[in-house]
Design a protein around this ligand. Structure first.
Ligand code: NOJ
Length: 764
């Protein structure tokens, strides 16, 4: 009988004993899982409980010889002694089985490990980067994409992902914008929910669902000046109204874990921030899962200047509500002593360990610790056709058409002489983007491959100068090529006398992501120069952008006929791009993040607050005394929510069912959407409101609803939304969510610029 099965028997008896000596009333309100957790805790030593709170990175070739020295030997011994509750970055059935076997069969109690991994956008088969997926605004597709990621990751032994990242960010300098859902709280909250539901499925104990993790709690996306790991300046209203709602949405969707953050909020590192983790998350929101620290973030409180040493850091973190220590060695090395010295109450340990054990029970790990370890399934599922089809579907939906002023797109599938230019066009790695730890280099369909597979056009490829030198990795910066112009003239020659030039420009795959903050948002290396030179020999250019963040492409927008935002679309990238360029798929994506004209405008976002001196106020805009820059307009290059289609849509007949509502009532907003172009297409219709005066200044516009409407050429449809007082709520000066009576505007349209407007009132 293996240890965990034996353990289940012991547990059954213990539960019976435990239940009988606890008051019936207490037990009645406790779930079965909680009763099991309590019973198990009763069997555990203090050190074993702390062990559950300790997470180690994968530490040796797990199927290789036992490590004898150094860190790996300590970790191995700790694992054998039941002092490890979780491991991360161990994947593959063989490897997961090996570590799980030690936990289950060699430790005193045989408690299984929870195995974590950054499953961020797909796993081995990659979906578009999360920012790109957000551009689809298609919640069902995003949920399905997370579902597929969970199916593939769980087949490799993983049962917990460190995703979704739900950090709102308004700063394209921050490299991790690629990993989130963009700048908007409403869209971000719905996407957070979709992703949690996708990862966790309907039954967390199934073998192909995994626990999700809402991260990074909180405000990491507000790193000052977009500089990675930087401090934040966040006021309580921004925290409540802008930053926290996607976390709350994840919590409400049943997310099992949270990860805290590297940054500080209000002078306290998030990891040691009791206001965030205890008061808001656990008390106010009633979150019952557990909080994992970010990598080494407990120890990093020393560098922050918030803890004296690692022992002090452990004390601060546990008191603040961080339940699991990822790679700080703070809990495993110091917590027991802190308890024995009376500095930390054992109840805090009990509570943290209980939260972790509970998730393990819910995953079904105690019923079968090897349930994710089926080699047959692993072979069948990893890289399956179904997963590739899902990745392709998501990739097409993520593409945003930014410009098509002469209807150069879609392209014909035969008879064209096309030049494809740009180092990224034949790159089979960059389209995978960042955060792709389980995938292999060179596995994406390149743009060239996609274009060739989808047409019989005559295609000539010229890379132009290399974008970078060396092999990009997740960990280290590589050199952007600013010296070697080899290939420049060849590219110009290739462009001459062609019907169309497709230029694929942007960032290499690891140029965004963690640790990849940048102050230049233009096209790196010689790409801008190349673009302008090619334009001189052939103006029929389709620019395909491959990037992990908004870039300042003003020149392209001013001069080129067609621009397609293709982000980093994952394994199926080239096929998705080809299907869009050739019109097999009519793009319908909309930007989830504002594209600035200049990096100096950043942070830039559509839902800013008005100053006392907006352009439209009484102040004379001919003078300098209004809120603006002297050398650039306030306008972005492309606004939030913007995106075109091969067809066109018009918005008409905005009607409100009433001009006022009270707190129990509602108003129906209707308008007519018409497809006025020649293609069938989908439009993401968007509803915004503005609260004209309030106890806390409200944004000039806030997204409050959207729908994806499919129409044939010439077809019209009446679209409706309902506004009630819930729609109008915000975190007010009373420190609670409520709607305040007063005047509102309502806007609808195909982007945050919107085209129709009306007004109404909320009355008592
Ligand atoms: C650090 C990152 O901030 C976090 O998002 C990630 O999950 C962990 N490393 C583990 O890889």
């Amino acid at each position: 009988m293996n240890k965990s099965v034996k353990f289940i028997h012991i547990l059954a008896f213990t539960i019976l004993g435990f239940v009988s000596c606890n008051s019936p009333k207490n037990q009645a309100i406790k779930s079965k899982v909680d009763q099991k957790v309590d019973a198990l805790l009763n069997l555990m030593t203090l050190e074993e409980k702390i062990g559950q709170m300790n997470q180690y990175n994968g530490f040796w070739d797990v199927t290789g010889p036992t490590p004898k020295n150094g860190n790996a030997a300590k970790k191995y011994q700790d694992l054998k002694n039941g002092l490890v509750g979780s491991m991360l970055n161990v994947r593959g059935v063989k490897n997961v089985k090996a570590v799980q076997k030690i936990a289950v069969e060699e430790t005193r109690l045989g408690i299984p490990l929870i195995i974590g991994f950054d499953v961020i956008h797909g796993h081995k088969t990659l979906a578009p980067i999360p920012l790109a997926e957000a551009a689809s605004w298609d919640l069902e597709a995003i949920k399905a994409s997370a579902r597929n990621a969970a199916i593939e990751a769980s087949a490799e032994g993983i049962n917990w992902t460190f995703a979704p990242m739900v950090d709102i960010s308004r700063d394209a300098r921050w490299g991790r914008v690629m990993e989130g859902a963009g700048e908007d709280t409403y869209l971000g909250s719905l996407i957070a929910k979709a992703r949690v539901e996708g990862f966790q499925g309907n039954d967390l104990s199934a073998h192909n669902t995994i626990a999700a993790c809402a991260k990074h709690f909180a405000a990491y996306g507000f790193a000052e000046a977009g500089k990675e790991y930087n401090t934040t300046e966040v006021n309580p209203s921004t925290l409540r109204n802008t930053i926290l709602p996607p976390f709350k949405a994840a919590k409400d969707a049943g997310v099992k874990t949270f990860m805290n953050a590297f940054n500080d909020v209000d002078g306290k590192p998030a990891t040691g921030n009791a206001h965030l983790q205890r008061t808001i998350l656990k008390e106010e929101w009633g979150f019952k899962g557990f909080v994992v620290s970010d990598w080494g973030s407990i120890k990093e409180m020393i560098a922050h200047g918030y803890a004296k040493d690692n022992k002090h850091a452990a004390e601060i973190a546990i008191k603040a509500g961080s339940d699991m220590d990822m790679e700080s060695y703070a809990y495993v090395n110091h917590l027991a002593k802190l308890v024995k010295d009376g500095k930390v109450k054992e109840t805090l340990i009990n509570q943290a360990a209980a939260r972790i054990l509970k998730v393990k029970f819910e995953l079904g790990l105690f019923d079968d610790p090897y349930k994710y370890c089926n080699e047959e399934r692993e072979k069948k599922v990893l890289g399956s056709k179904k997963l590739h089809a899902g990745a392709l579907n998501m990739a097409k939906k993520s593409i945003v058409l930014l410009k098509n002023s002469t209807n150069l797109l879609p392209l014909k599938k035969q008879g064209l002489n096309i030049a494809v230019i740009g180092d990224l066009a034949d790159d089979k790695t960059s389209p995978l983007g960042s955060w792709r730890l389980a995938s292999e280099d060179n596995t994406a369909i390149s743009v060239i491959e996609g274009l060739k597979a989808h047409s019989s056009n005559n295609i000539t490829f010229a890379s132009g100068p290399k974008l970078y030198t060396g092999t990009p990795t997740f960990v280290k910066e590589i050199k952007i090529n600013n010296k070697d112009k080899t290939g420049f003239n060849e590219a110009l020659n290739a462009a001459k006398n062609k019907d169309v030039v497709i230029m694929v420009l942007g960032e290499y795959g690891f140029q965004s992501g963690e640790g990849r903050s940048r102050v230049n948002l233009g096209l790196p290396s010689f790409q801008q120069e190349l673009l302008e030179a090619v334009y001189k020999v052939n103006q029929n250019i389709v620019l395909v952008m491959m990037n992990g963040r908004p870039l300042t492409i003003n020149w392209a927008n001013d001069n080129l006929p067609s621009i397609v935002e293709a982000w980093q679309l994952g394994t199926q990238s080239g096929n998705a791009i080809a299907q869009v360029l050739y019109g097999d798929y009519n793009p319908s994506g909309k930007l989830p993040m504002t594209f600035p004209k200049h990096v100096g405008q950043v942070p830039i976002y559509y839902n800013y607050k008005n100053t006392g001196r907006p352009k439209t106020s009484d102040h004379d805009a001919n003078t300098v005394f209004w809120s603006h820059y002297g050398d650039i307009s306030n306008e972005p290059l492309y606004e939030f929510g913007y995106g075109l289609s091969y067809t066109t849509f018009t918005y008409n007949n905005l009607k409100l069912s009433a001009k006022s509502l009270d707190k129990k009532g509602n108003i129906k907003v209707t308008f007519t959407l018409k497809n006025t172009g020649n293609y069938k297409g989908k439009e993401v219709v968007q509803l915004y409101i503005q609260d004209l005066y309030a106890s806390i200044i409200r944004p000039v516009k806030e997204l409050k609803g959207f729908k994806i409407i499919a129409l044939k050429p010439g077809e019209s449809k009446e679209v409706n939304f309902t506004i009630d007082s819930k729609t109008l709520e915000f975190y007010t000066a009373n420190n609670k969510w409520e709607a305040e009576v007063g005047a509102f505007k309502v806007f609808v349209g195909g982007s945050s610029k919107t085209s129709l407007v009306d007004s109404f009132e909320l009355i008592d």
